[in-house]
Design a protein around this ligand. Structure first.
Ligand code: FES
Length: 145
């Protein structure tokens, strides 16, 4: 089963803040919702943080919680639920392999072995920064398995 956890503390940056470019986009997304519903911008803001840094760090989650006046745990829940958010640094080419039963029955275990052999353990980035991989739950592509 795929595990969704934040990167370990030694990998986390000390702080996070929006770049000037991202701050403009944050203001745009927050402006789309009434003040009392600004938490609805959580997914766009998580996406912007990932676009800016390449992944979503723990300080980024805290910054988003602060900006949206949300409890940190609520932002954490969203970030850890959606596999489109990288919770640790990833390679330029990040592979996601489905490890759910239909795909396992059709050989995704073999793909996982190849990834482990060629790239390393899941969430490991190759020294050249090109590749990383992770196991995921069903991607809704079961028919292709
Ligand atoms: S079980 Fe693998 S994509 Fe659905």
């Amino acid at each position: 089963m795929a595990t969704r956890r934040l990167a370990p503390p030694e990998v986390q940056p000390k702080s996070f803040d929006w770049s000037a470019d991202s701050a403009v986009k944050v203001a745009f997304w927050m402006g789309k919702y009434p003040e009392a519903r600004k938490q609805s911008a959580v997914i766009p803001l998580l996406w912007l943080a990932q676009k800016q840094e390449g992944w979503v760090s723990e300080p980024a989650l805290r910054k988003i919680a602060l900006d949206l006046a949300m409890a940190y745990i609520r932002v954490y829940e969203v970030a850890t639920f959606y596999t489109m958010f990288h919770l640790a640094p990833v390679g330029k080419h990040h592979l996601q392999v489905c490890g759910t039963t239909p795909c396992m029955l059709r050989g995704s275990g073999d793909l996982i072995e190849v990834c482990q052999k060629r790239i390393g353990n899941h969430h490991h980035v190759t020294p050249d920064g090109l590749f990383s991989w992770e196991e995921m739950e069903c991607m809704g592509a079961c028919a292709n398995a």
